[in-house]
Design a binder for this molecule. Structure first.
Ligand SMILES: NC(=O)c1ccc[n+]([C@@H]2O[C@H](COP(=O)([O-])OP(=O)(O)OC[C@H]3O[C@@H](n4cnc5c(N)ncnc54)[C@H](OP(=O)(O)O)[C@@H]3O)[C@@H](O)[C@H]2O)c1
Length: 265
């Protein structure tokens, strides 16, 4: 019966930007399939049930693995996906050589490998139907060599680039690809990335609901990319003209451990 409704898949929807993206979908009358790695995805579903009448299905899957992505894909039970929001991602602070390699690898496997595998599967279904919208959560971090967050920024540079390339490949179809490129946003991200002793980790940040709304609207308009907020627009414009070495030096100032400003009590 719910087949008359449109259907959105949102990854990384247990908290932060993904939770807000799922909220946008429900407000617009979509059914949603939401995924994350931890059991918190169920409490996210409870919060989302207050939003609208759309059907909410959850999947707990580690999207850094092919098995996890397959589990999510299977959970859709062949239902055509109108919107795919490939948003799941994780950061990791500290100097690269001080990071546990397993954690660095998890960033690559989640942000890059799992994301492109999911897009490959769902994107092919969309192309067969010649219909669908894909939103990829990249980042303005993808424009800057991220000293003390090197692997993460590299993973986002990959996604920003991949998103534009895929969009161009699909330009003669009815599929659209949009890259949401937030700046620092108030979510669980910096805590999970062990960056609460850094300037960027403790600075005032953008509101996740506003970021998600801007991304959702840009995707519905079929735009190629969206950088939210004037500060982030300026930062990404500057990154396009500044030498990479200078950007890496600047990034140190906000991401090196110990750069956090003392908190006022
Ligand atoms: N916050 C920022 O400043 C910022 C800026 C630019 C871009 N972004 C991007 O925005 C996206 C959302 O991040 P956020 O800021 O909203 O952070 P968040 O609150 O930490 O949310 C991250 C989401 O991704 C999920 N996730 C992470 N690894 C996963 C895995 N292996 N398998 C399945 N789910 C996984 C998390 O679920 P689990 O807890 O279950 O793992 C959570 O639902 C990320 O791609 C991030 O890179 C964030």
């Amino acid at each position: 019966m719910h087949e008359a409704r449109q259907f959105a898949v949102v990854t990384g929807a247990s908290t932060g930007i993904g939770l807000e993206l799922a909220r946008c979908c429900l407000r617009q009358g979509f059914d949603v399939l939401i995924a994350a790695d931890e059991p918190e995805i169920e409490s996210a579903a409870s919060k989302l049930r207050e939003v609208g009448s759309g059907n909410i299905q959850t999947v707990q899957a580690d999207l850094s693995t092919t098995e996890g992505v397959d589990k999510l894909y299977t959970a859709a039970q062949g239902r055509p996906v109108d919107i795919l929001m490939a948003n799941a991602g994780r950061g990791l602070g500290r100097a690269f050589l001080d990071q546990e390699f397993g954690k660095a690898r998890k960033v690559i496997d989640t942000n890059i490998t799992g994301t492109v595998y999911l897009i490959h599967k769902v994107g092919n279904d969309m192309r067969r139907r010649n219909s669908g919208r894909i939103l990829i959560t990249g980042s303005i971090a993808g424009f800057m060599p991220g000293s003390f967050q090197a692997v993460y920024n590299g993973s986002k540079a990959f996604l920003d680039s991949f998103s534009f390339a895929l969009r161009e490949e699909l330009r003669d179809t009815n599929l659209t690809v949009t890259c949401l490129m937030p700046g620092a946003t108030e979510t669980e991200f910096f805590k999970r990335a062990d960056m609460m002793d850094t300037q960027v980790g403790t600075a005032e940040k953008d509101d996740a609901a506003e970021v998600a709304r801007a991304g959702f609207d840009a995707m519905m308009r079929g735009e190629g990319d969206i950088v939210t907020g004037m500060k982030n627009k300026l930062q990404s414009a500057a990154a396009n003209v500044m030498p990479a070495g200078m950007l890496a030096k600047q990034h140190r100032k906000m991401a090196e451990p110990g750069t956090a400003k003392p908190q006022r009590s």
